[in-house]
Design a protein around this ligand. Structure first.
Ligand SMILES: O=C(O)CCC(=O)C(=O)O
Ligand SMILES: [Fe+2]
Length: 236
């Protein structure tokens, strides 16, 4: 049962939106809903703290990234619990195909026993090993755009394993649907001629428009998505 369409090969999912609260959240039994809400509220606070740390790192004023995500109704924020069942032929079946995350910042609790998550670094797939109580922090495409490439979203995937049932809990802190996403002015410029500057600059778009593209091209490289958003502006 999910609030959102999520493409997966073998995963079993339960996903819900915390902001705005989706029907799955409302349908949970009372005690479970309370715990879920408390969990979501803490993870949301942590996401916003991390966004401010990124601002500090980037020399942006505190709150810049949070307000860049806000749109007219605040951010969107969802949580997805996944179970990747054992698979006798991991060579044939993916847990989750390679992709970058579309949104802002993603906080992931992964199984502390069963591995499977990998990220792409310098053309090589690298394991992200399970560490008890550790939270994996992932950067999504929107942060790449707002930082004009100073932070990059990372390609990652989940492999299946023959010998264990892997669980994960991922929380996605994303812009509001109508948030206008664009590179922070502090990061635009540098190139002397205008054409070069336009090429080096990430596009400006409404987050919902990006998501409409992303759902069709999630498991592909991100660069053509950014290019498509640039052309959409040019022809608007
Ligand atoms: O289950 C995981 O460890 C990763 C999930 C993921 O990458 C995603 O949902 O976008
Ligand atoms: Fe992901």
């Amino acid at each position: 049962m999910t609030d959102s369409a999520i493409d997966t090969s073998t995963t079993r999912l339960f996903a819900w939106w915390n902001i705005p609260p989706g029907p799955c959240l409302k349908s949970l039994p009372c005690r479970c809903r309370q715990v879920t809400k408390q969990f979501a509220s803490e993870i949301q606070k942590l996401s916003e703290k991390l966004l401010d740390l990124l601002c500090e790192n980037l020399g942006l004023e505190p709150g810049y990234l949070k307000s860049a995500f806000a749109g007219s109704n605040g951010p969107t924020f969802g949580t997805k619990v996944s179970a990747y069942p054992p698979c006798p032929r991991p060579d044939l079946v993916d847990g989750l195909r390679a992709h970058t995350d579309a949104g802002g910042i993603i906080l992931l609790f992964q199984d502390d026993q069963v591995s499977g998550l990998q990220l792409l670094k310098d053309g090589e797939w690298v394991d992200v090993p399970p560490i008890r109580h550790a939270i994996v922090v992932n950067i999504g495409d929107q942060l790449e755009v707002i930082t004009n490439g100073r932070y990059k979203s990372v390609m990652h995937r989940v492999l299946t394993r023959p010998d264990g049932n892997r669980m994960s809990i991922a929380s996605f802190y994303n812009p509001g649907a109508d948030a206008v996403i664009f590179p922070a002015p502090a990061f635009v410029g540098g190139a002397a001629d205008e054409e070069e500057r336009a090429e080096a600059t990430y596009p400006r778009f409404v987050f919902e428009d990006y998501m409409n593209l992303y759902v069709r091209h999630k498991f592909e490289a991100k660069e053509p998505r950014f290019e498509a958003m640039k052309s959409a502006i040019a022809t608007a």
